[in-house]
Design a binder for this molecule. Structure first.
Ligand SMILES: Cc1cc2nc3c(=O)[nH]c(=O)nc-3n(C[C@H](O)[C@H](O)[C@H](O)COP(=O)(O)OP(=O)(O)OC[C@H]3O[C@@H](n4cnc5c(N)ncnc54)[C@H](O)[C@@H]3O)c2cc1C
Length: 247
């Protein structure tokens, strides 16, 4: 039987016009153990049946030995869980969840370059993994985060990833904006291009290498297309591509 936790919401902040960061404290535990990249499943009061109520959310911060977790959640128009989380939940509210679960994690010893490809809040597990790598110093292999969203206002954790580029010489951050019209005032020092995430790996990993692993996280359209391009078009082995599907 899984253990359910009743966590208290400590703080909520807007990260973009439709995305919020939620910090929750699991007071039952001194330390919430998880691996970077894992998720929890919340039981929200939005339906009668279990499947109507349960939603999974990736843990967005790195494991750091405390009992506070961060989530990064996008509000969907008409989405039942996210309407509840954005309209009803406030600091002091309780959130019930079980976990951690999931195998979307990096190996203990990272022997290959890691390319992380995501759209929107699909960045959450990668922020956790990158924070873990910074805390542990566990690899000097190449780390490439490829993030996609529509407009610059939808970029998430931008200043952190900018800072990480300066801190970790092996880290590279690329951004694809599919619908940005105002290219005059974008953040500086970032490889930002018009279009979709696919252009970056199609260009930079076109020559198949055995020593690279691709981690893809987000919604079906992006993940399916990236798997197809990497394996069918470029010719990477399926075992070099690891996915986490949000829906
Ligand atoms: C392992 C896992 C981890 C997840 N982690 C996160 C996370 O960290 N942050 C986060 O915001 N979400 C995350 N999700 C998605 C989350 O579980 C919910 O599905 C999401 O919040 C929508 O719930 P809802 O009840 O508001 O929408 P619903 O009422 O369930 O309706 C949403 C509908 O829209 C589709 N949909 C949802 N989002 C999109 C999108 N962006 N683009 C296109 N179609 C979409 C869904 O497939 C569904 O058909 C995760 C999902 C999984 C399986």
């Amino acid at each position: 039987m899984p253990t359910w936790y009743d966590a208290k919401v400590l703080k909520i902040e807007n990260e973009s016009p439709n995305t919020r960061r939620f910090w929750v404290e699991v007071a039952q535990l001194e330390q919430f153990d998880f691996k970077a990249g894992q998720f929890v499943t919340m039981d929200l009061p939005i339906g009668e049946k279990r499947l109507e109520r349960w939603r999974s959310y990736s843990i967005a911060d790195a494991p750091d030995g405390d009992n506070v977790l961060e989530f990064c959640i996008v509000k969907l128009d008409g989405g039942r869980a996210t309407t509840y989380l954005f309209d009803e939940v406030e600091p002091g509210s309780s959130l019930r969840f079980k976990g951690p679960d999931g195998a979307f994690v990096l190996p203990d010893t990272i022997e290959n370059d890691v390319v992380m490809i995501c759209t929107g809040t699909g960045v959450a597990p990668f922020r956790s993994m990158l924070g873990d790598i910074v805390n542990s110093g566990k690899t000097t292999r190449g780390l490439h985060l490829i993030f996609g969203t529509r407009q610059a206002e939808g970029m998430l954790y931008t200043s952190e990833f900018q800072a990480l580029q300066a801190q970790l010489p092996n880290f590279h951050y690329s951004v694809a904006l599919s619908r940005e019209n105002d290219w005059g005032k974008l953040p500086q020092g970032i490889d930002i291009r018009h279009g979709y995430v696919h252009q970056f790996y199609l260009e930079q990993y076109a020559q198949v290498r055995p020593d690279v692993r691709f981690y893809l996280c987000g919604w079906q359209n992006m993940v399916d297309e990236a798997v197809q391009q990497l394996t069918q078009v470029l010719g990477y082995d399926n075992r070099q591509v690891v996915t986490e599907l949000y829906g």
